[in-house]
Design a protein around this ligand. Sequence first.
Ligand code: MD3
Ligand code: FE
Length: 217
Amino acid sequence: MTLDLFDSLGGMEPREETLGPGARVLRGFARAQEEAVLSALHDITSASPFRHMETPGGFRMSVAMTSCGAWGWVTDRTGYRYAAEDPVQGRPWPQMPEVLRELARTAAASAGFAAFCPDSCLMNRYVPGAKMSLHQDKDERDFSAPIVSVSLGLPAVFLFGGTERKDRPARVRLSHGDVVVWGGPARLRYHGVMPLKPGHHPRLGAQRINLTFRKAC
Ligand code: MD3
Ligand code: FE
């Protein structure tokens, strides 16, 4: 006889959770594509490696970033923007692989956003201690499109705030393979990531990688 762990928990393990209006967590949604996603990640970061960018205020970000797709998010002393070229490599960002585009599209659709067509995928790499302060994503042209985020590697505590910086954020643990879709009334909420705790992930080692799909331009 096989022991079914989910049955033993009463079959009530939620695979989908709502964090608030317009914010849906799809637990483990990316796991079925894990190998293809990691292979795509390897190709992209070979062409456009992770780098630490500088904020307009002159701070080096603890999160290292790169992008794929038509547009990549960049920051330097002149400001935040989407750029068609990788400023380090001096050429266009790597194309968005079909497996990533399709993962983002199916996740958005299952959260109720039909026909999501991302033109940008920002990749964030966190090592222990790296964090992202509370902020809003508002460098995009059209806030009616959702944002899809895919968490890989070490778990992180994600902060999900309100529409004002002062609103006390909820804490959500995001683990390898979890996908979150943020749209509609959640699109402009403040959010951030607590400093990454040390640990070892069997596929990614001592890091967390987050992929953020957006319709930027
Ligand atoms: C909630 N990245 O790159 S994506 C970012 O884990 C960023 O690296 C985080 O925030 C990370 O800008 C989380 C999740 C996310 C993205 C957009 C949102 C959450 C959001 C927009 C509104 C509310
Ligand atoms: Fe953000």
